[in-house]
Design a protein around this ligand. Structure first.
Ligand code: NOJ
Ligand code: CA
Length: 680
């Protein structure tokens, strides 16, 4: 067991080490986090560069390889580490919208250069390490490459070689349904190729391995290459090259969150801090908020995206949704199936989608005027079925059409089996690209940039996983990228209750999710629990707090909300923009409790949910402002509620509370709790 004594002495820049230190600490260069919680050491041996990570006395990562393999370069591993530079940063910055308004970026940065004896054999690179108290990121910077030189990255050597015994919360990467799988808990040695964020737990320690600022690069998966070693596995181009670059370049940040509770992972802001500041100066045109839509009815098979008798996106139907949104103060109405291309097998025929031509029973100018007169905006929908070339060729025309019609958010979609995105190659043949290879990664930034020129924001379904790009492009609002509510309509099988207790500590570490909560008609006539929503009504309300997204759908049919105005009041009240967020309690896969303060207001909201097991909760309210009185509007499971037998039994009650109080409550099996604390 290695021991690192004392923090690095800034300015002098060294760390005092005990005699039994790890190899990297002994032979290399170390940096401590601002409060000396974590230490990262980098070094080089005969196999090349590597790093170690320590948290106090505990070694977290030991002797893990670093580096890239560039085609056509010597690729003799670096043998020298030098030119160490350290800086400290402690600054705050503001999000235009988000789960937290003001973000503190407090980290220590270490930069070291790795090189060889002969530059022709070893391309030198700089490793930038940013170390926070709750995790770290590092990236490779190849600054010395000639401007016109074409680079093909053929391997990334980065490893996460874990010390200790770990369980993983994971699903396999490169499977057909992209990121839409249930998480499994398994011992690390059962993981083969995992998507990130990959959350790991061992007694007393939690990790999440992910990446930040995935720009012009291939998405990283993690392949287990030895008992406890995970290696970066990049989604390649169809010709096998992993990443193509020209001239000097930097990679995305490889990021690891480290904490002694799952809550510390959920409340980490490292991913955002590792992204570049906003490129958009004016963000006043970005509209966030709640929306309804011609959507769930299609998933329930009551209407169709395709034209014909059951067509959902008709003028008359859309007007009903607009009226409902206006009546309830919801700002947006999503309409799917409004455009030509849905008839027949649209997943196979994505290249026939038009993004400007409506079906004849949908009148865009008329409906957008109708919406505008009622203080509502239509939300556009662009299902591409993964036909990127078709979409890109219409992008400008589509965005300008939407802008003229007052649309400020477009939901995109990429329903297409992973690995089958078609791309026309130089010889005219078709290449089949992975879902989050460099081609697709670049496409998403392209869409955001064109949209921004038309003051439009994006909510991407079947997206490239989130890596915090909303900091740089604040019009990248939200994404799907996990099994959302739609799976509860399809039943193969539907999401089990524990799914909602896993997401906050896995997928949601990556960023906002357009989960589309709020189904009130939980069973919609199905008798088999595996074919309908597996939660109580209180849980459906809790999701507006538990799953952060700046755009939140009230996903059910208006008629179902009209039947339960008492419960719907919570959806009317809950905001989608927060001053701050705190994950109060939780165990991954068992339960979770999150509180958030409304941005620019004193009200707080709280959400909690449990897996299939009933659970008694005691929640101290010490997050509330001290000395202030609140009215707690509590939406809880009734005593006889149960997601299997009695899912809609809900009790709504009001209490006066202060920060000194606590809520003692019982969650039903599959149950939840939603509370608004209205400041008095
Ligand atoms: C999958 C999306 O997740 C869903 O929201 C959408 O309705 C369908 N694709 C059709 O685009
Ligand atoms: Ca989807």
């Amino acid at each position: 067991m290695s021991k690192l004594f004392a923090a690095a002495v800034w300015g002098l820049g060294f760390t005092v080490l005990a005699p039994d230190v790890s190899a990297a600490a002994r032979d290399g260069t170390c940096v401590d986090s601002p409060q000396a919680v974590l230490t990262v050491c980098v070094a080089v041996d005969a196999r090349g560069p590597y790093y170690d990570v320590h948290r106090g006395d505990r070694t977290v990562i030991a002797h893990a390889k670093l580096g890239l393999v560039l085609d056509g370069f010597g690729n003799t591993p670096a043998s020298r580490v030098g030119n160490a530079r350290r800086t400290q940063v402690d600054q705050v910055w503001e999000q235009p919208w988000g789960e937290q308004h003001i973000i503190r970026d407090r980290h220590a940065e270490l930069r070291v250069t790795f090189s060889g004896i002969d530059p022709a054999l070893t391309e030198p690179f700089e490793l930038a390490v940013r170390l926070f108290d709750d995790g770290f990121g590092f990236r490779y910077e190849f600054n010395g490459i000639a401007a016109s030189r074409e680079i093909a990255i053929v391997d990334e050597l980065t490893e996460f070689r874990l010390a200790g015994d770990w369980d993983a919360w994971w699903y396999p990467a490169r499977h057909p349904d992209r990121d839409e799988y249930l998480y499994r808990r398994a011992h690390l040695h059962e993981v083969h190729l995992a998507e990130t964020p990959l959350t790991l737990q061992s007694p007393g320690l939690y990790l999440s391995i992910h990446e930040a600022a995935l720009v012009d690069y291939a998405s990283m998966n993690l392949r287990r290459t030895a008992e406890r070693t995970l290696k970066a596995d990049l989604m390649p181009w169809s010709d096998g090259v992993l990443v193509r670059k020209r001239g000097p370049f930097v990679t995305p940040w490889r990021m690891v969150l480290v904490g002694n509770t799952p809550m510390s992972l959920a409340d980490s802001r490292i991913e955002l801090n590792l992204n570049d500041p906003a490129r958009l100066r004016d963000t006043s045109w970005i509209h966030i908020g709640k929306y309804v839509g011609v959507w769930w009815e299609m998933h329930l098979n009551r209407s169709t995206w395709a034209s014909g008798e059951k067509h959902g996106a008709t003028n008359a139907n859309v007007k009903q949704y607009i009226d409902f949104a206006a009546k309830n103060g919801l700002g947006g109405v999503l309409v799917e199936g409004w455009n030509r291309g849905w008839d027949g097998d649209w997943i196979a025929n994505g290249k026939h989608f038009s993004f400007t031509e409506s079906y004849p029973d949908f009148d865009l100018p008329q409906l957008s005027a109708y919406a505008r007169e009622r203080g509502v905006r239509l939300i556009g929908h662009n299902e591409t079925a993964g036909a990127l070339e078709n979409y890109e060729s219409q992008l400008k025309a589509a965005m300008s059409l939407y802008a003229v019609n007052g649309i400020s958010v477009v939901k995109t979609g990429y329903v297409r089996p992973n690995g089958s995105i078609e791309r026309t190659l130089a010889d005219g043949s078709l290449g089949h690209e992975w879902f989050a290879g460099q081609y697709r990664v670049n496409h998403e930034v392209k869409v955001a940039e064109v949209a921004a020129k038309h003051q439009i924001s994006i909510d991407a379904h079947e997206p490239v996983k989130d890596t915090g790009l909303r900091r740089t492009w604040p019009n990248m609002l939200s994404r799907e990228g996990a099994r959302g509510q739609e799976f509860n309509a399809w039943g193969r099988p539907t999401n089990p209750p524990e799914h909602l207790t896993i997401l906050p500590f896995t997928r949601l570490l990556a960023g906002p999710m357009d989960f589309t909560p709020g189904i009130f008609d939980i069973t919609f006539g199905k008798s088999d629990v595996n074919e309908r929503v597996q939660s109580t009504l209180a849980t459906q309300l809790a999701l507006y707090v538990l799953v952060y997204s700046p755009v939140q759908m009230a996903a059910d049919l208006p008629e179902n909300y009209d039947k339960r105005p008492d419960a719907f009041q919570f959806i009317r009240d809950v905001p989608t923009d927060w001053e701050t967020s705190r994950t109060l309690q939780g165990e991954i896969g068992d339960y979770v409790v999150i509180a958030r303060q409304q941005r620019g207001a004193a009200d707080w909201y709280l959400g909690a949910t449990t897996d299939e097991t009933a659970r008694a909760l005691t929640i101290p309210l010490d997050f509330l402002e001290r000395g202030r009185k609140y009215e707690a509007q509590i939406y809880r499971d009734a005593a006889d509620a149960d997601y299997l037998k009695n899912p809609t039994a809900l009790v709504i009650e009001k209490r006066r509370v202060t920060a000194k109080d606590r809520i003692e409550t019982a969650l039903a099996p599959g149950g939840g709790l939603a509370v608004r604390f209205r400041a008095l």
